[in-house]
Write a protein that binds this ligand. Structure first.
Ligand code: BV8
Ligand code: ZN
Length: 248
């Protein structure tokens, strides 16, 4: 890493030590170092690499073949249960001991909370929560494997993963809270997202319009990069911890 970039990261770290309000927008890339396949990077899994997430993470796919969609979620739940948050998640927990940090995540793996982040805004829901397709039953369900297709204990109708599928609206509370956090922050850390999915990616604009410094941590440039004030290349598991190096 060149000296100029190191200096820029040290400047950010110093601002955090001086009490800058930090918001985080994380995507699948922050969990990549834990071994969880990203959406774009796909996976080397023989079966699931044949599908694009946009084909499975939709109400239509679930309507058409709930068992197939549940097998995909069960496979992902298994990967998440067998792995753990990585140094990138832990760096954000440590940063929160230095200054105010609010995490907005597009991920459904629950790793930010597992690592210890508080008040995480789950913009696309959570893979460990299931919701009945018919009555108002909703509950955590950590069963791996889950009996497929899982049925509602109350009315025996199908339950679905309580995540936001393509074409579905963001939960109103999460949407409002995320907008507020992005608008109020001094620094927005954009970590491991291609910035292709809306309205999540629009939060970068909300922060920018409110004069926040946008710092992107990504393995490669993304749709966010040209809107960022700082782009830090590399794995977030290695680069985010640099924010914790006490500035000189
Ligand atoms: C909505 C939960 C309306 C489910 C997910 C055309 C143009 C623009 C928009 C649209 C369009 N057509 C349709 C839309 C809208 C659509 C959309 O944005 N589509 C995209 C694909 C074009 N959006 C929606 O449908 C949203 N809803 O608009 O509804 C509405 C409004 C009101 C009322 C009713 C309806 C809902 C979108 C939510 C979909 N659900 N997830 C699940 O997880 O199963 S999205 C899912 O994909 C993830 O949550 C995530 O958000 C997204 C993947 O994005 P990333 O997180 O960025 O991951 P990706 O793999 O793409 O990239 C990984 C990045 O990490 C890369 O940059 C890589 O370089 C980097 N990386 C890799 N390793 C590392 C790393 N970085 C650092 N370190 C590493 N080690
Ligand atoms: Zn029910």
């Amino acid at each position: 890493m060149n000296e100029h970039l190191r200096q820029k990261i040290a400047d950010l770290a110093r601002r955090c030590h001086d009490g800058a309000r930090v918001a985080v927008l994380s995507g699948a890339g922050i969990s990549a170092a834990s071994g969880i396949p990203t959406f774009r990077g796909g996976s080397d899994d023989a079966l699931w690499s044949r599908y694009r997430p946009e084909q499975l993470a939709t109400p239509e796919a679930f309507e058409r073949d709930p068992e197939l969609v549940w097998r995909w979620y069960d496979w992902r739940r298994g990967l998440i249960a067998d792995a753990a948050p990585n140094e990138a998640h832990h760096a954000l927990v440590e940063l929160a001991t230095i200054t105010d940090v609010r995490v907005i995540t597009q991920n459904v793996d629950g790793y930010h909370q597992q690592a210890g982040s508080q008040d995480v805004i789950e913009y696309h829901g959570n893979i460990w929560t299931v919701r009945c397709t018919s009555c108002h039953f909703e509950d955590l369900d950590h069963r791996v494997p889950i009996p497929i297709p899982p049925r509602c204990p109350r009315c025996h109708e199908l339950v679905r993963p309580a995540v936001v599928w393509f074409g579905e609206g963001i939960p109103t509370e999460a949407a409002a809270e995320a907008e507020k956090v992005a608008a109020a922050c001094d620094i927005l850390l954009v970590v491991g997202t291609a910035g292709a999915v809306y309205p999540a990616a629009g939060l970068v604009t909300v922060a920018g319009v409110n004069q926040a410094t946008i710092a992107e941590f990504n393995l490669e440039p993304s749709a966010i990069t040209q809107r960022a004030d700082l782009y830090v290349p590399g794995s977030a598991a290695e680069t985010l911890p640099l924010l914790l190096e006490t500035p000189a």
